[in-house]
Design a protein around this ligand. Sequence first.
Ligand code: MN
Length: 250
Amino acid sequence: MRILVANDDGYLAPGLAALADRMRGLGEIFVIAPESNHSGASNSLTLSRPLTVREATNGFRYVNGTPTDCVHIALTGLLDQRPDLIVAGINNGQNMGDDTIYSGTVAAAMEGYLFGVPAIAFSQIEKGHAHLDAAADVAADVVARFLRDPLPAPVLLNVNIPNRPREELRGMRVTRLGKRHHSEPVIRAANPHGEPIYWIGAAGVAKDAGPGTDFHAVENGYVSITPLQIDLTHCGQMGSVEQWLQRGPN
Ligand code: MN
C-alpha cells in the first residue's frame, strides 16, 4: 500500500510527524507538506510563481506553496505510481461544520479525492496537540480498517478527534457537518506608521450542533467521521432560479 501524507500546518508540525510515524507501519509512505503554516488556505493553487520541492533530513518533502500545491505536485510530478490513499493532518485544531470550506487540511485531502484517490483528513479538536498519541492511534485505526476493507466508492472522509487519552475516547460516530454562527469581527489595530491593520477574527461558535452533527459527536467524546462531497450545486433551487429567469427582464 502506498500512502501519501500531507498537511496544512507545515512540514515541521508535530501532527504531521505523528501521522507519518503511524502510517509507516501500514504502507510505503511519501510525505509532502507546505514549508510554512497554511491553515485556512482552502483549495488554493499557486499560479503566479514557480514552486520548489526540497527534502528535509527526515525525508519529508516541503514546498514553498499551499497544501493543495503539495498534493497536486506529488500526484502529477513526483510519484511514479498513484498512491492508494491520501491522509492529511493531524491538524492543530478542529475542522468541523463551515471550517471545512476554509481548511487547508481538508483541501489537501480533497485534492487527492479530485484525482480519484481515496482521502482522509484528520484534525484534533483543541489546539496544542494534547494527547496527540491517542489521535495518531485513531488515525492508524481508521486507515488500517480502510486498507483491510476499502469503501466501494472513492471517499473523502473528514475525521475530528477529541483531545483525550485513548481510553477516554468513546468510539467513532458517522456524522454530518454542523453549522457555525458568523465569524467574530476582524480585529483592528495600527501598524507603526499609524495605518489601520486587520486580523481576521475567530470562527463563530457552533449554531447547528444537534445530534448527528460533528460538533455533537466530539462534544460527547466520540471521534467524528463525516463523508464529504464536492458538488456545490443547489439542486433544490434550480427550479426557482429557472422560473425567475423565465419571467424575463422588465
Ligand atoms: Mn492547520
